[in-house]
Design a protein around this ligand. Structure first.
Ligand code: ZN
Length: 287
C-alpha cells in the first residue's frame, strides 16, 4: 500500500536492502505527478501497481530530483513525460552512453568513476541488466518550474548541494509538503563521504524559505518540520565546531572541548564528513 502523507500526497517508503529510494505521488483534480522513477524497471512497476489501486486523476508526469541511478533507472518503464533540471538531463544523457553489465560496472569502480556501494546495489536490485533502457527527461528547466495539477500546485526548484549539484526539491504549498530527494545528504561520489559547511548553509537557506510541515527524504522515513530542523541544526553546529580543521583527531578534540562530552557514533561520522570536506578543499586549492 502507498502511505498517505497529506490529503493529496502519497509515498512508497524507501527500501535500503537494494537502495530503493522513496517515491512520491501528488494528486491534483486534473492530473497527478510522480516524484522520482525508481532504481529499476521492477521498482517502477511495483510503484505503478500501487498507484493503480487508488482512485486519482491520471498520472501525467514524473519529476526527477537528481541524476543518481536509484532515482532514474525506472524512468523508461513509467512511460510518462519526465521533467528535470538541465544538469540532470545532461548527466542522464551521459549515463545513456554507458553500459551496465557486471564487467562494465567493475571497470568503472576500478577507475573511480563509479563507487562500490552503487555497483553492488545495482547488481542486487537488477541481477541482469540486458533489458535496462535509460531515458533522458523530456522537459528540462533552468531554475524553477511550476505545475498546476488542478487544485494543487507543485514548485520544482533547483537547489544543488554537495550530494548532487543538479538536485531539485519539489514543494507542494497547498499541502505544506516538500520532497527533498537526497539533497541534504553527503557527497559520496568523490572519495570519503563529506559535507561542506558553506554549501550546506546555502542549501538550507533555500529550503528554509518554504513553509513545510513534512519533508520527504530519499532514503529515510518522512520527517516533521521539528525533526528535520533539529537534525540540520545539529549538523550545522558540528560543522561550525569542526570549522576549517582537516585533522580528525584535532576536530574530535575540539568537539570534546566545546560540548564537554564525547561524540556519539553518528556525531563522530558527521565530524569525519566535515573534516573530509575540508581535506577535499585543501586538495582543490593546491591544484
Ligand atoms: Zn543520490
Amino acid at each position: 500500500m502507498l502511505k498517505k502523507l497529506s490529503d493529496k500526497v502519497y509515498y512508497m517508503p524507501q527500501y535500503s536492502e537494494t537502495d530503493r529510494p522513496t517515491l512520491g505521488l501528488i494528486c491534483g483534480e486534473n492530473f497527478s505527478v510522480i516524484v522520482d522513477s525508481g532504481n529499476s524497471p521492477a521498482h517502477a512497476r511495483d510503484f505503478l501497481n500501487l498507484v493503480e489501486q487508488i482512485d486519482i486523476a491520471p498520472v501525467k508526469f514524473v519529476v526527477i530530483t537528481h541524476w543518481h541511478w536509484d532515482h532514474i533507472f525506472g524512468m523508461d518503464t513509467m512511460k510518462l513525460l519526465s521533467i528535470s533540471h538541465n544538469q540532470t538531463k545532461d548527466r542522464i544523457e551521459y549515463l545513456k552512453t554507458l553500459t551496465w553489465d557486471d564487467a562494465s560496472l567493475d571497470s568503472r569502480v576500478e577507475t573511480g568513476e563509479e563507487i562500490e556501494f552503487c555497483s553492488s546495489m545495482i547488481k542486487l536490485e537488477m541481477p541482469t541488466r540486458d533489458h535496462l533502457k535509460l531515458k533522458a527527461p523530456d522537459i528540462s528547466f533552468n531554475s524553477t518550474i511550476e505545475l498546476d495539477l488542478g487544485g494543487v500546485r507543485c514548485i520544482v526548484e533547483h537547489v544543488g548541494g554537495v550530494h548532487a549539484q543538479d538536485s531539485s526539491i519539489i514543494y507542494i504549498p497547498d499541502e505544506k509538503v516538500m520532497f527533498l530527494g537526497d539533497c541534504i545528504y553527503q557527497d559520496f561520489y568523490s572519495g570519503e563521504w563529506s559535507y561542506d559547511l558553506n554549501e550546506l548553509t546555502v542549501l538550507l537557506d533555500k529550503i528554509k524559505k518554504y513553509d513545510v510541515d513534512y519533508y520527504v527524504t530519499g532514503h529515510q522515513d518522512p520527517k516533521t518540520h521539528a525533526e528535520l530542523w533539529s537534525w540540520m541544526d545539529e549538523l550545522i553546529q558540528i560543522g561550525e565546531i569542526v570549522g576549517e580543521e582537516s585533522s580528525l583527531d584535532k576536530a574530535v578534540a575540539r568537539y570534546n572541548e566545546v560540548q564537554k562530552t564525547l561524540p556519539s557514533e553518528e556525531q563522530l561520522e558527521y565530524i569525519q564528513n566535515f573534516v573530509s570536506g575540508n581535506q577535499k578543499k585543501l586538495i582543490r586549492n593546491e591544484a
